[in-house]
Write a protein that binds this ligand. Sequence first.
Ligand code: PDD
Length: 285
Amino acid sequence: MSRIAYVNGRYVPHADAAVHIEDRGYQFSDGVYEVCEVYDGHLVDETRHMKRLNRSLGELRIREPMPLKALGHVLRETVRRNRVRNGLVYIQVTRGVSRRDHPFPGDHVAPAVVVTARSIDRRKSEASAEKGIKVITVPENRWPRVDIKAVALLPNVLARQQAEDAGANEAWFVDTDGMVTEGSATNAWIVDQEGRLITRAADAGILRGITRSVVIDLCEREGIELIERPFTVEEAHRAREAFVTSATKSVMPVVQIDDAVIGNGEPGSIATNLRSLFHGQAELA
Ligand code: PDD
């Protein structure tokens, strides 16, 4: 089946979908994005993703390209046209097309919107969750505004490739105080020897992950103790469990961090439990 993309008001064959060479996203990475999971045909946590998109746009002073309700319709239509039951939908909004010049173009330039959707084989994700993933740690080298979900992801791309080159699946950034911030495309969590969850507070240094926020709600519901504070690499190496969260990975157990095997080298029970409960807590629309 051929894929379909939404580009600036039109649904077009994915193979032909294109933006102008002077799109400011292409020229300057001047844009923001969201990734929403599609689970059994439902959009997962659409409300929170749309709210964060709106915030990212506001922080960069990019106009809302269309009312969020209309954007919700485009997301659903893109998912439907691509027959995605399990996978993801990607939304990108840039400041639009204008002659290359650093200052913002005038108000006559409309933001550009692209939406794509693709299927992910759930059996593969489950197989990787049953095994657990490996993480390496790398120095934090991103700008301080990582709370904005900007398309400028070069440090994240390089960190992730470094992980791949090391035979791992994710890289955790470590700040100059030796504290883990987050993964290249995930939020980072550990479970200490007392069974308490620890994850960095969302006030600085990390993206305010939507999956993270749902897991926090889940901990409250299940009475799991959670401490929001930074943790060191050493603490992570000694953790009873570790895991990452993101829209595409849900709750994904981590079984190795650098050379340290976590727990007994198998996914921990808390992470596994949170993974199985996640979609019961998330908003499915
Ligand atoms: N990444 N931190 C970073 C740097 C991320 O890029 C992401 C998401 C997260 C987790 O956020 P959420 O739970 O809202 O997905 C944390 C997406 C999936 C991506 O870039 O593909």
